[in-house]
Write a protein that binds this ligand. Structure first.
Ligand SMILES: C[S@@+](CC[C@H](N)C(=O)[O-])C[C@H]1O[C@@H](n2cnc3c(N)ncnc32)[C@H](O)[C@@H]1O
Length: 503
């Protein structure tokens, strides 16, 4: 490993701790590295420690020895932690010969003995995993959040999630008509359903490096950046130090850096340190795939879920195209509306709309999706979230006819409409011909902006694979995006986020 700082973007990655550093990534053992960290420095220590539980002893003995070493380490971590700081310790269950050893229960005593207070035992819930046959399948890991004192940093607002019914109001009493929930959203609670099915499958499908999840590397037990982001935002302030003593491929460092915190990581395996460096560099170059923070968390993000006995296959966003900076603007200025759009898409159970049997010679008997019925489902999903159709009556001008021409009937009752509007975002769901897609972005969105109804737009279209499974020939994301890329942006276009969806 080179002992040179790496310049990545505008932040330098140092190999050794220094008070003026922004990012420290140390290759070596955490026990040794800790000795150089000053007392009372770090605001948040967040990590998933190695289990290192060999089979040479009977498990309980092995665990006792392991915890002894970990207790020494935790005492050092306590020393470097600020008085108002926190430790987030993420562990799962250690299983040997079918017996489960819940590591957080073992760890609790260690933290308690050194005087720390538990604030939450957060359950990180998975939808998928190994299927047990002699016990119930395990579907969670935990994060123990301890603080060093009773005076600790806790910022709830940056990590609020949208309320299930954001527009809900008191219907009686002195506050009648007033919003009944916090307009910034609700407390995310201590059960976090952060990751999507693709992540979970990768987590267990080791070492499949053809990962579906945008963040996955060769590390077998990497955790999602989003998981750390929530802790960073809630438990630290900008400029604070965040430390991961078992940094792996640097997920904590990326999460901290992303939110303008200073980051320290230590990792003993050279190959993981190298990947962590590459990921940080990619992050600064805007090339690191990260699952965005704030994907709906109370709606399962898995493609499949179960409602009662029935399997449901949710619609997923698989393509994202930013037309005229639509993605950036909507992600920063219409965060909650975007979450609702994502939820509405996930609320559509695609299976219910695969009802038409193909009569085509090339695919006899194949079941196809019905665009009309999908449209209805989207309507329901958006309207239940208080997104409303906006209709504008058109008075067509007559002064452009040539003299002598008189139309036989005036175009009465003509109108233009946009599928769903809320808080000045216009959404169009388009399972139709190509011309409609182009019209929406190149004309309709601008017209509705000129009519002072919307500022930005979202266009939801199928990707090619999904369009190919529809009962009528519909256009698709890939073709649309290609054309928009080659068309460019004009000064009358408004920002539009184009979402490609699939089942
Ligand atoms: C569970 S993984 C952490 C993965 C990390 N959370 C991520 O997202 O990449 C634990 C890591 O600790 C490293 N490790 C084990 N013992 C260590 C030690 N004594 N000092 C530093 N790193 C160590 C392992 O190589 C492994 O990468």
């Amino acid at each position: 490993m080179k002992d040179m700082p790496l310049f990545a973007g505008h932040k330098q990655i140092e190999n050794h701790f220094g008070a003026n550093a922004e990012i420290v990534l140390h290759h070596g053992a955490a026990e040794d590295f800790l000795a150089v960290l000053p007392n009372n420095t770090v605001q948040l220590i967040i990590t998933s420690p190695p289990y290192n539980l060999g089979k040479e002893y009977e498990s309980r003995v092995s665990i006792a020895k392991y915890l002894e070493t970990q207790a020494e380490m935790i005492a050092q971590l306590y020393r470097v932690l600020r008085d108002d700081g926190s430790i987030c310790w993420q562990v799962g269950n250690f299983v040997e010969d079918g017996e489960v050893f819940p590591l957080d229960i073992y760890y609790y005593d260690i933290f308690k003995k050194i005087g720390m207070s538990l604030r939450n035992r957060i359950v990180w819930h998975f939808e998928h995993g190994l299927h047990a046959s002699k016990r119930f399948s395990g579907r969670y890991e935990t994060i123990l959040w301890f603080t060093k004192s009773n005076k600790y940093v806790f910022n709830l607002d940056p990590v609020r999630v949208p309320s299930k019914y954001p527009g809900k109001r008191h219907f009686k009493g002195p506050n009648k008509g007033m919003p009944s929930g916090n307009p910034l959203g609700k407390n995310p609670s201590d059960i976090w359903k952060i990751v999507a099915q693709d992540w979970e499958e990768e987590l267990w499908n080791i070492p499949n490096v053809k990962a579906n999840h945008p963040e996955k590397t060769i590390h077998p037990c990497q955790f999602p950046i989003e998981l750390v982001e929530r802790c960073v935002l809630a438990l630290t302030n900008e400029g604070d130090w965040v430390f991961d003593p078992y940094a792996g491929v640097g997920s904590s460092l990326i999460a901290a850096t992303k939110h303008n915190r200073r980051a320290i990581g230590c990792e003993k395996e050279a190959q993981y340190v190298e990947i962590a460096r590459q990921r940080l560099a990619a992050f600064f170059n805007n090339e690191l795939p990260i699952r965005p923070l704030g994907k709906p968390v109370y709606v399962p993000t898995t493609a499949k879920s179960f409602v009662g006995e029935e399997e449901q296959i949710q619609m997923r966003i698989v393509g994202v195209y930013s037309f005229n900076r639509g993605k950036e603007i909507i992600e920063s200025e219409f965060k909650f509306e975007l979450r609702e759009i994502e939820e509405a898409i996930a609320a559509v159970d695609s299976r219910k709309h695969k009802t038409k049997v193909s009569k085509e010679k090339t695919m006899p008997g194949k079941m196809l999706y019905m665009p009309g019925s999908l449209n209805e489902a989207f309507k329901k999903a958006f309207e239940s979230r208080e997104w409303k159709k906006h209709k504008v009556k058109c008075e067509y001008p007559t002064e452009f006819y040539k003299e002598g021409y008189k139309p036989s009937a005036s175009a009465r009752g003509a109108f233009r409409e946009i599928d769903f509007v809320k808080n000045r975002i216009g959404v169009e769901v388009q399972f139709g011909k190509y011309a409609f897609m182009v019209y929406n972005v190149a004309a309709k969105m601008t017209i509705f902006h000129n009519l002072d109804i919307i500022d930005v737009g979202v266009e939801i279209v199928p990707v090619k694979d999904f369009a190919d499974d529809m009962s009528t020939g519909v256009s698709y994301f890939e073709q649309f995006v290609w054309d928009l890329e080659n068309r460019g942006v004009s000064n009358i276009d408004i920002p539009v986020l184009i979402l490609g969806i699939a089942a």
